[in-house]
Design a protein around this ligand. Structure first.
Ligand code: SF4
Length: 61
């Protein structure tokens, strides 16, 4: 099963993915997105978050 992974070096902390899929992503203390539950939201919602990331920091692995 593929899971979403955030590249911490690319993430700018815009919080868009957290707004779209808040059960999957959260902002870390460092101000970057991190995956809290790879199945927290349905796949379409996670895909929308991935597609919305302005720096393409989230990928399926
Ligand atoms: S949408 Fe992309 S840049 Fe914005 S917080 Fe999420 S991973 Fe980081």
């Amino acid at each position: 099963m593929a899971i979403p992974v955030v590249d911490a070096d690319l993430c700018t902390g815009c919080e868009l993915c957290v707004d779209i899929a808040p059960n999957t992503f959260q902002m870390s203390d460092e101000g970057i997105s991190e995956v809290i539950d790879p199945e927290g939201d349905d796949e379409d919602t996670i895909q929308e978050a991935i597609d919305s990331c302005p720096v393409e920091a989230i990928v399926w692995e």
